[in-house]
Ligand binder design. Structure first.
Ligand code: C2E
Ligand code: CA
Ligand code: CA
Length: 362
């Protein structure tokens, strides 16, 4: 997981004091104290910022929404105001600030984060993320003693400005800002084409797609177009997403299951202490997270964990995949423990789909 994700999980309130903009203001709308970060961010001195009502620094287009949010909260003691607006910099530019503010009726206490770069990144992604710029990569998954390739996982890459962007650098942002559907539509289309050509394929689905009835209906409709070929498709959903939206995950799995598709829990083992949710979820495959597999040969804890997952999966009639198999010692161990499938750099790195098709002989 990347750093920005970890911060988001912490609730967005992890202070980095040297960069966060802390302030108090009075009920007349003047700043009464400001930390040094303000000057670094906007270029104005503290005295300059305190000399005028703060609303005068706000972008004209954001004044009305700022006043509306401030008055809404002012009526409720200590309710938190959360909004974004643009602040004028001394050199004539604008910075986007994300505010958390509350008032006790007399004094405003607020922290603002400079989110200009994040907003620019979102706008850039909105422009770049199109059907044409998404590239499907594929990583082989093997089974049995002879490690025959029986399956492949589709992994998205984004081609922009001559570079290839890795999913960790665009998918979390796409998910946060309502763009995951573009990725999922494109990758499911690829999965359908693969399945229709006779290849078994796993495809990742974002949490937001589970909840989006229209989009999952649309995906189901396209899957149904290949009839019995749909049996070759497995949808992967992270354990975390499935548990957080258990009803939506069940509906999705049942809907796709009716057409013959399988359902896998991705990054299994990282999500939840309790496994009761497994009773209600129509799932066939557990993908044991890389973090338990990568250092398997050297870690007794990981060995115990993988053996426990396999034992439980057998009880529940589920199959298992070890993700992140990077060396022979690990492959030997997962085979000895009875893990059904292996995936990892040892077996094959993700590569553009077309090249894998040659290997598979299509
Ligand atoms: P994931 O679904 O868990 O995919 C497996 C990731 O592990 C891939 O990273 C793969 O390249 C990497 N991997 C495979 N074998 C090894 C290994 O032996 N060692 C190590 N260290 N890593 C290995 P990738 O392609 O960068 O994808 C990262 C994540 O981005 C994926 O994790 C998945 O959560 C998300 N993602 C990728 N493609 C899609 C997509 O089409 N849709 C959605 N919703 N998410 C996607
Ligand atoms: Ca996956
Ligand atoms: Ca995974």
């Amino acid at each position: 997981m990347n750093g920005s994700n970890a911060r988001r999980k912490a609730g967005g309130l992890e202070f980095r004091i040297e960069r966060d903009l802390l302030c108090t203001a009075d009920s007349r709308g003047y700043f009464t104290s400001l930390n040094a970060a303000w000057e670094r961010c906007l270029g104005w001195s503290r005295d300059e910022l305190m000399a005028r009502p703060f609303i005068e620094f706000v972008h004209p287009d954001d004044v009305a929404s700022t006043i509306a949010e401030a008055s809404r909260v002012a009526e409720h003691d200590y309710e938190l105001a959360s909004f974004e607006n643009r602040y004028r910099t001394k050199d004539g530019g604008w910075r986007w600030l994300r505010w958390s503010a509350r008032s006790d009726g007399e004094t405003w206490f607020a922290v603002a984060f400079d989110v200009s770069e994040e907003r620019e990144a979102v706008e850039r992604l909105r422009r770049e993320l199109t059907d044409e710029s998404l590239v499907a990569y594929s990583q082989p998954i093997t089974a049995g003693r002879r490690q025959r390739i029986v399956q492949q996982e589709l992994l998205a890459r984004l081609r922009a400005n001559g570079t290839l962007i890795q999913p960790d650098d665009f998918i979390p942002r796409a998910e946060r800002h309502g763009m995951a559907g573009v990725v999922d539509r494109r990758m499911v289309r690829e999965a359908i084409a693969q399945a229709d050509a006779g290849h078994h394929v796993e495809v990742n689905i974002s949490a937001s797609t589970l909840e989006d009835d229209d989009l999952s209906g649309e995906l189901a409709q396209s899957v149904s177009s290949i009839g019995a070929g749909a049996r070759r498709i497995v949808f992967e959903i992270t354990e975390t997403a499935a548990v957080e939206q258990l009803d939506a995950a069940c509906d999705f799995a049942e809907r796709m299951g009716r057409m013959g598709c399988g359902f896998a829990l991705d990054d299994f083992g990282t999500g939840y202490g309790s496994l009761t949710y497994l009773r209600s979820l129509p799932v066939q495959l557990l993908k044991i997270d890389t973090s338990f597999v990568r250092g398997l040969a050297g870690s007794r804890d990981d060995q115990r964990m993988v053996r426990a997952i396999v034992a439980m999966a057998r009880e529940l009639d589920l199959r298992t995949v070890a993700e992140g198999v990077e060396d022979r010692a690990t492959l030997r161990l997962v085979r000895r423990y009875g893990v059904d499938y292996a995936q990892g750099f040892l077996i094959g790195r993700p590569q553009p789909l077309a090249e894998l098709n040659n290997v598979l002989g299509s």
